[in-house]
Design a protein around this ligand. Structure first.
Ligand code: CP
Length: 383
């Protein structure tokens, strides 16, 4: 039973009454609860408010037929870090490590995945993620289609689901999607036959970013367990922060999140991280300092007085970095905004920052994820 159905029963309501409270039809609510649709942001916010946080957006990202399989990686899709266990995360990291370090793995000769197809469907801008999925798939011998949204039939009014079903009819093996609406990859996973990879959905998750960040941390620090990671910046609007917090805590690290109070998530939504508004306190003893940009594209309103003021209190420079451990390393998922969330000279210091290393490892992580999904035995039976 869906958690919201349980909440409705526990509060002596009916679906009909609850739908009325949030101003939608009972049929629409039923579609949300069956996983056929996902609530828009404003509806989601009403649900969270009425249930006083008992129901979170994650409750709506249900995937039908999310089959459990026999090998280490037990998912048909990669929709988030949510739901991945330690073994599954380690399996993806270990394979990526092999790819990076084992020159004997020569995919271009073997072409073991020849005939498989990956479709990139990016409704939001991307440099790193889109390019590295393309490169990763090509290195594995897959055919890659980059859907050009601006010249596709979406411009003629075709819905996202109709577009997805059209692509599905061409029988791709993997669909990689980025979309501004949280939960879109989960919705598609319910509709299409192929594997779906979430390349970033709204404020929700960006799982391959968290995986590549974990690989970068593990390569430099030789472990994740026991480390203290400080994530600083616009946490409230960040899918990177959500995926990273989930992954790092699953793998045994502790996480501090640091931001002005306007850019912190609400108190019951910290996912196990400790929150700070003071950089000195939040960075104290950190092994890794992860910096996030201000995600203006997801902000509706004014959250900071000015970029200059923000940099003064929260922009990472050498002085603020000195609050962390002496050997602390700086990470940033990119794109970076120099002089806003990070000092330009520090951003270029390859002895302290891993920014380009993160990009490089992103290709190996995405190769590993593609391999995990393609090698999933049950998935092979399904397509
Ligand atoms: N880190 C990240 O997702 O970058 P892009 O937006 O360039 O893909």
């Amino acid at each position: 039973m869906h958690n919201l159905d349980k909440w409705i029963i526990n509060n002596s309501l009916s679906r009909q009454l609850f739908a009325k409270k949030i101003n939608i039809s009972t049929a629409t609510l039923s579609r949300y609860l069956s996983g056929d649709r996902i609530p828009k942001q404003e509806i989601m916010e009403k649900i969270v408010k009425i249930t006083r946080g008992s129901i979170s957006p994650d409750d709506f990202y249900i995937t039908k037929n999310n089959n459990i399989f026999i090998n280490n990686f037990k998912k048909k899709h990669l929709l988030g870090i949510e739901g991945l266990n330690k073994n599954e995360i380690s399996s993806i990291l270990n394979r990526a490590d092999d790819i990076v370090s084992n020159s004997k793995i020569n995919y271009s000769k073997d072409h073991i995945y020849r005939g498989k197809t990956l479709v990139n469907l990016f409704f939001e801008d991307s440099t790193r993620t889109k390019t590295s999925f393309e490169l990763a798939a090509k290195r594995l011998g897959l055919d890659v289609i980059n859907m050009q949204i601006e010249t596709s039939s979406i411009r003629k009014g075709e819905s996202l689901l109709d577009t997805a079903m059209t692509l599905n009819a061409m029988r791709p093996d993997i669909l990689v999607i980025r979309h501004a609406l949280s939960g879109t990859p989960h919705l598609l996973a319910n509709k299409v036959k192929c594997s779906v990879i979430n390349a970033g959905d709204g404020k929700h998750e960006h799982p391959t970013q968290a995986l590549l960040d974990a690989l970068a941390i593990r390569k430099r620090k030789n472990k994740i367990k026991g480390l203290k990671v400080a994530i600083c910046g616009d946490i409230a609007h960040s899918r990177v922060a959500r995926s990273n917090i989930k992954l790092l805590i699953t793998m045994g690290a502790s996480v501090n999140i640091i931001a002005p109070s306007t850019l912190l998530p609400s108190g019951d939504n910290l996912l196990g991280a400790k929150s700070y508004t003071n950089m000195q306190k939040g960075l104290s003893g950190a092994d890794i300092v992860m910096i996030l940009r201000l995600q203006l594209e997801r902000m509706h309103g004014t959250y900071i007085p000015s970029a200059k003021e923000y940099f003064k209190f929260y922009g990472l420079d050498r002085n603020k970095l000195s609050y962390a451990k002496d050997d602390a390393l700086v990470m940033h998922p990119g794109p970076i905004n120099r002089g806003v969330e990070i000092d330009s000279e520090l951003a270029d210091d390859i002895n302290r920052t891993l920014i380009l290393e993160q990009v490089e490892l992103g290709v190996a992580i995405r190769m590993s994820v593609i391999e995990h999904l393609l090698n999933n035995s049950e998935h092979k039976n399904n397509v």
